[in-house]
Design a protein around this ligand. Structure first.
Ligand code: ATM
Length: 236
């Protein structure tokens, strides 16, 4: 069970009552908190790993302390769960077991790494978070979306990303780039199409937090787009 103390994180990171002008988080958040929670999402081969380094460099340039974490994983326990989840030999895994394992890994990293870092004013840049579970297990596997969302909220202990950068590209392009080596990547094209649609549906449903970026563009163009989003949200 997660420590009840972590519920403090909700008002700190939720966009709920933020005095937004357009999408800009005027001085309010700059004064109220120092650690931002930024997530990168997208189908396999979308270029998250490359772009996450650019996001990190952005915060380094602005002299903001940050950490980069990945999901599933990022903790000793989470990395063990990752191995189980991605192992092709585990093809008998029940859908319910799969969603619970992703959520278990998340609960651990929130508890052990993300919440404490944000509390200390450290920006957390996270390679995937619960939007992946909603897209891959909810939309992709066709599980009950409300149930999956509830599990995600429980595992994240109410933590909501400040900004989610969704790198979007056609499934065929992404999977060709990725090489399809793990248990989830090996699923059908149709499955991955549903995942992509899921991400885009999430972006439409959470317009303030999501930014959809065309990941078919050149790496530098994607990087510039991300920097302008970060400038707009956090810049001086
Ligand atoms: P990365 O390759 O981005 O590290 O993610 C591992 C796989 O786990 C990835 N596979 N594909 N395609 C996406 C998948 N995944 C889920 O299915 N649900 C989740 O909640 C998360 C975080 C990842």
């Amino acid at each position: 069970m997660l420590s009840p103390g972590f519920s403090y994180i909700t008002p700190l990171v939720s966009f709920g009552d933020a005095p937004l002008k357009g999408r800009r988080l005027i001085g309010y958040y700059m004064k109220k908190k120092k650690g931002y929670f930024i997530t990168l999402e997208g189908i396999e081969g979308c270029g998250k790993s490359t772009q996450i380094c650019h996001v990190a460099r952005y915060f380094k340039r602005h002299k903001k302390p940050y950490i980069i974490v990945r999901e599933p994983g990022g903790t000793k326990i989470g990395e063990k769960i990752r191995e189980i989840l991605l192992d092709k030999k585990n093809n008998a895994m029940a859908h319910s077991a799969e969603v619970l394992l992703y959520c278990a890994a998340r609960a651990q990293i929130v508890h052990e790494v993300i919440a404490p870092a944000l509390k200390k004013g450290i920006t957390v840049i996270c390679d995937r978070f619960y939007d992946s579970t909603i897209a891959y297990q909810g939309y992709g596997l066709g599980m009950d979306l409300r149930r999956v969302q509830d599990l995600c909220a429980f595992a994240a202990d109410g933590l909501v990303p400040d900004i989610t950068l969704l790198l979007d590209l056609p499934v065929k392009t992404g999977l060709t780039r990725a090489g399809r080596t793990d248990r989830i990547e090996g699923r059908s094209l149709r499955y991955h199409e549903k995942v992509r649609k899921g991400f885009l549906a999430l972006a439409r449903a959470h317009k303030r937090r999501f930014f959809v970026i065309n990941a078919t563009q050149k790496i530098t163009a994607v990087k510039e787009r991300i920097e302008s989003i970060l400038d707009d949200a956090f810049g001086s």
